[in-house]
Design a protein around this ligand. Structure first.
Ligand code: AMP
Ligand code: MG
Length: 330
């Protein structure tokens, strides 16, 4: 059931039901964040492993204070970026109302303030945060339209149009300095550095997934420990991917970035002018489209590790790892 009335979504949520909502990153499968039953329902619907914690979405920074402990740099960055595609992992306060089920049993929580006007209005009408992972089955492609959600899940869906970023939020560990990027996402390393200018020496860790290494060596072990939910094989289409393609093989469809390679019978363009922000917005929709096309496998043209290219390559590596981890590198 797809609808556009936000009051209907609010009533369903207040009744402890789970609703798919638009955000500026991807569509989220949302339930009341303080309600254990709603949280468990989200895990069950997505078939998500219990140890993979959820992101809690708040109306504003002030509303988070009873649940998490802020560090100065994290607060500076959040104040500059929110509402927006930044998620921070922070320690829980002793008075936190977030159920253990939502944090995977950890003494920390991942939080963010989303900017999409629909979820913002909904959050302002609710008594607490929303827990909202992406509205897809665990491990599959993330949804960037209401129709994508409907392909995976039989839940009420609030349609807010295609997501502006089309890529998940960037997750940082807000407890420690220098910064650890737990998941590259819609806020680029360059943006983070700019937002921290003037605060103190910004030194964003040189986290560049897949930078010339075999995927089996990424992510680094400490990232795995800090971010238990960052499963390697993830974000996968139904068809195998071949990264860094410089020619087309028989039966392959093409995921193009810039002027396309010749010879593919199906070609979906991420960004003809080679713009990584535009490519990020198109990424999941393009993979959904190639999944439904006549091609057997997908060749992906090289994408630079600049701007949102880092997050795009992270998703492509994980998608590739679902099929043949040993062969994947960017
Ligand atoms: P998503 O898969 O988009 O719902 O994002 C949730 C991700 O945030 C999880 O997969 C974890 O990697 C990360 N995360 C959430 N909570 C925590 C936490 N307390 N500590 C570390 N990482 C977390
Ligand atoms: Mg997800």
């Amino acid at each position: 059931m797809i609808f556009t009335d936000i009051n209907r979504a609010i009533n369903l949520l207040l009744n402890k039901e789970v609703v798919a909502l638009p955000t500026e990153t991807v569509y989220g499968l949302a339930g009341l964040g303080y309600d254990e039953q709603a949280v468990q329902h989200i895990y069950a619907l997505k078939n998500r492993p219990q140890h993979n914690p959820l992101i809690l979405h708040y109306a504003c920074l002030e509303d988070t204070r009873t649940d998490v402990v802020w560090t100065p740099w994290a607060q500076h960055l959040a104040a500059a970026c929110w509402p927006g595609p930044l998620t921070l992992v922070l320690s829980l306060t002793p008075t936190s109302r977030i159920p253990l089920a939502a944090t995977g049993g950890l003494n920390s929580a991942a939080i963010r303030v989303p900017s999409h006007p629909m979820i913002q209005n909904i959050l302002r009408a609710l008594p607490g945060p929303l827990a909202a992972p992406s509205a897809n089955l665990s491990g599959q492609l993330s949804p960037t339209t209401a129709a994508h959600v409907a392909k995976d899940l039989d839940v009420p869906i609030l349609d807010g149009g295609p997501c502006v970023y089309g890529l998940e939020s960037t997750i940082l560990d807000g407890r420690t300095w220098p910064i650890n990027i737990l998941r590259p996402g819609a806020l680029s390393v360059e943006d983070i550095s700019t937002l921290l200018l003037g605060f103190q020496e910004p030194s964003v860790s040189d986290y560049a997934p897949g930078k010339g290494d075999a995927i089996t060596t990424n992510p680094a072990p400490d990232i795995k420990v800090l971010c238990p939910g960052q499963l390697l094989a993830h974000y996968a289409p139904k068809k195998p991917l071949r990264l860094n393609a410089t020619h087309i093989k028989d039966g392959e469809g093409l995921l193009a970035f810039g002027p396309p390679l010749l010879g593919a019978n199906v070609c979906v363009q991420l960004s003809l002018e080679g713009n990584t922000t535009q490519a990020a917005a198109n990424l999941f929709a393009a993979l959904h489209q190639l999944d439904q096309s006549a091609c057997q496998t997908i060749a992906v043209m090289p994408i630079p590790q600049t701007g949102l290219g880092c997050a795009i390559n992270d998703r492509l590596l994980r998608a590739c790892a679902a099929f043949a981890p040993a062969t994947c590198s960017v």
